[in-house]
Design a protein around this ligand. Sequence first.
Ligand SMILES: [Fe+2]
Ligand SMILES: [Fe+2]
Length: 367
Amino acid sequence: MFSMPSSSEHGSQSPGREIVLPPLAANSSTWTNVAAAIRTIVEDPTLEMYFDEYPGEFDALSKQVDRTVDAAFEQHDERALADVHAILFALYDLHVAPAASMRTHNQFNPYLTRLRGSIERRWLGSAALGEIAPVELRTPQELVEAICSTSAQHRASKHPLFDFLETQATQTQLTEFFRSDSALNIRFFDLIVLALLGSDPAVRGELSQNFWDEAGKGDPVRSHVTLFRNLLLTTGIAPAEDDHASLLNWQGLAGYNLFMMTGLNRSQGFKSLGVMAVTELLDPSQYEKLTRGCRRLGLGGAGELDYYDEHVSIDVVHAEGWLSNVIVPLAGKFPHRMNDVYVGAQWRLNTCAQYYDDLHESLLRLA
Ligand SMILES: [Fe+2]
Ligand SMILES: [Fe+2]
């Protein structure tokens, strides 16, 4: 059954169909409706046929998305930004959804693919991914040095959020941090799998090592997803079907979507290398502060901090591996794409800093 915004005339055009009509077209100024409508229609296996039959419905949806995208990327409207990133989140999820879910029928729905492409083009063409420092890169080593020094100097790498978590946060604030961290941490396995798809054979060893570590070296109890879920259980956070993504503000969704956008689009493959490398560079020192803050509050006695403890040490190895065994060989082979890797690294730093800023403010408001 398809649910689509419409006026009553559309109901009369499709006799025999059960159509529930959320007020999308009728309330075009209500931003939240467009994201909610898309989250609903992606579950409908007949969606493509429906749009084939009623192209006016797709046009109405498309215009509504365009208006939301305009408000998000031209006027920096926060509600519109939240909706645009919620839409992208839902569209990216089609590619990593459980095979038993209804939304898998829309994985390659051409209408949804067109919507996603138009949102991505506007996102990439906007200033939303932040300032990109220009630099001339002549050798793979210069690229590695640029990534490391830009990362070390960026506010995302020594963010006050982690000093706060280490020394001041309450149990409630820490719990909210874990909840907020869920969607990305739980999806990280799939992100490494995306990095493996179509990868250069020369770098598959390093990527596979990363993948194997994420999978707990074959022990399901030690897989990073299991370790993180244990922490959520211990701290009383009930499982959620979307891993709490719907609670994220636009900054959190944008950070997540950056991984998915660069991981799913083969054209963004070099940017993805920078995104992934920076993630490994950022985490160890900040997670060290986080785990000290957790222990200050009595957590950690029963292995519930294993997820973060493990990343404090293993991400140092991963960062070195991404730089030396993935980025250096690929930069040597494709020197004209070095700048793309560097841009990806800066995108991750910028979105990460925005996310940490917003999360820090949200946690302070909880006090
Ligand atoms: Fe991990
Ligand atoms: Fe890692």
